[in-house]
Ligand binder design. Structure first.
Ligand SMILES: [Zn+2]
Length: 118
């Protein structure tokens, strides 16, 4: 069973407690009356559906009931991170390799080969 961590409850709970609420970080034009019909239809109906990492909106419907955002890999169905609604998008490059982003690679020195007299 897939476990999802709610950023408000700060617990991992079964996926059955959650509901996907579509693409995250959608911004409605302001004022909306100045938007063309085609642009408004695009905002209302058309969503990205990339293969791989997606920014999604989720709701903890059988818990706190709050909306939050998540970065999920649509191929592996793995959640890379969750964050509260209103927070900025996390840096995906740090999520993919957090160890590489936080620390420099260790410097290793190869021992020098000894010269052999013949
Ligand atoms: Zn919750």
């Amino acid at each position: 069973m897939l476990l999802i961590k709610c950023p408000y409850c700060e617990e991992e709970r079964p996926e059955l407690e959650f509901r996907n609420a579509g693409e995250a970080h959608l911004v409605r034009a302001n004022p909306i009356i100045e938007q063309s019909d085609d642009d408004f239809a695009g905002f209302l109906y058309f969503r990205q559906n990339p293969k791989g990492l997606q920014f999604e909106r989720w709701r903890h419907i059988h818990g706190c009931g709050r909306f939050f955002n998540a970065v999920r890999d649509s191929v592996s169905d793995k959640f890379l991170t969750v964050y509260k609604a209103g927070e900025p998008r996390p840096d995906v490059s740090k999520l993919l390799s957090p160890a590489a982003a936080e620390t420099e690679p260790p410097v290793t020195k190869r021992p020098r080969a000894k010269k052999v007299q013949v």
